[in-house]
Design a protein around this ligand. Sequence first.
Ligand code: BGP
Length: 471
Amino acid sequence: MEYHNLKPFPDGFLWGASTSAYQVEGANREDGKGPSVQDVKKVPEGTSELDVCADHYHRYQEDIALMAEMGFKEYRFSIAWTRILPQGVGEVNPKGIAFYSDLIDTCLQYGIEPFVTIFHFDLPAALAEKGGWSRRESVDEFVNYCRILFENYGDRVKYWLTINEQNMLTLVGEAIGTARLRKDVSRLKQLYQDNHHMLLAQAKVMQLLHEMVPGAKIGPAPNISLVYPKTCKPADVLAAQNFNAIRNWLYLDMAVWGYYNPLVWAWLEENNALPDILPGDMEIMKAARPDFIAFNYYSTSTVEASDGTEKDRGDRFGQGGRVGVPGQYALTKNGSLPLTQFGWEIDPEGFRATLREVYSRYHLPMMITENGLGAYDRLEPDGSVHDDYRIAYLRDHIAQMRLAINDGCEVMGYSPWSAIDLISTHEGMVKRYGFIFVNRDESDLKDMKRYRKDSFFWYKKVIASKGEDLD
Ligand code: BGP
């Protein structure tokens, strides 16, 4: 669809950006914080440890002042479960409560809405030791943690996100350092049992927030991107439907409607991997409803029909996938899309297509909680950083988002990844995403000084013009 007169971004559109605790804060052994699975995992060879990161824990005031200078209307950050409850359950850590309380107040002083992710890949190590999400008790442990958050911050935080990228935790949990595989059940059965517990925990928490803080809003935050068929051969189209169901719709069908996606159900059944569901679980899922759908989008995926020989070799194929699933789909390169310096496909039109598809399936307002470009940025002697490639990526995605709004999609806000440089999930400090450059490298912490990249000034202009001026 083409438009001659574009509608503007809606009033109150939430422009901002995102981070997550274990990637940005550092101070991972300070002030009573307990270890999370991220703190105890072995970081990929040659990449930075997660003990200092961007040192946001000590410098958040300076960082939020810079976000305010860009004109942010919201800041999406995550709360580290192990700052609040060092062992995941039990004793509450007052210093952890105070830290996020101060961070929230700092945002509010600048008129920035805190957009809080409750859980972003950093399960308490103490709970992981016991079996993490594979245990039924994990549901109540998560609800207990959330109750503490709602009691302490519910008076100030209007927007909550349950679980960051639950679909990636299920699809590539090993790559994120979160999945712990048991010996007594198949890999598939365990992953989808864990997934069932997370879905149930999410449903309970959405209801809990609505009871405890009337008016507050909550939603899931999976990584959603449309899956294309490689060709128009019907077998490729069926393969794309399979992966769309496994990668995307399972999570949103459950969060919004409270039922298991039938294609995924049939696949799990065929493989003796159906999760154990207790009486009452499905009623809880059905009764809960999110206020919006948040999702992270980096690029689309492309698949073709499986020839039945794909093997799970444990390596990633782009974001959110391995080689494929025999009998379901085979991942393949798109072939018509440019790549980032780190080999990720770039597909702004796919962003519009994804927004259209999600909205037509679920009819809920959408919040974009991640989108961005990881690159090797260079700090010039005069303190500038010329990241025109990032500006181009963001500009093209914002333009497509505006077209999607004109297509009738309801979009609440845009919170790209990341507000400030931080440690990448897999590729260390050298893979930078931020508007703000942090002067450190993989192992040398240098002076950690903050510098405004070219994208900082550009995004400031975008926000000031309410998305009209993208040049
Ligand atoms: C998302 C995660 C983020 C972030 C981002 C970029 O999947 O929610 O935590 O890491 O991807 O990925 P990477 O750091 O691997 O480049």
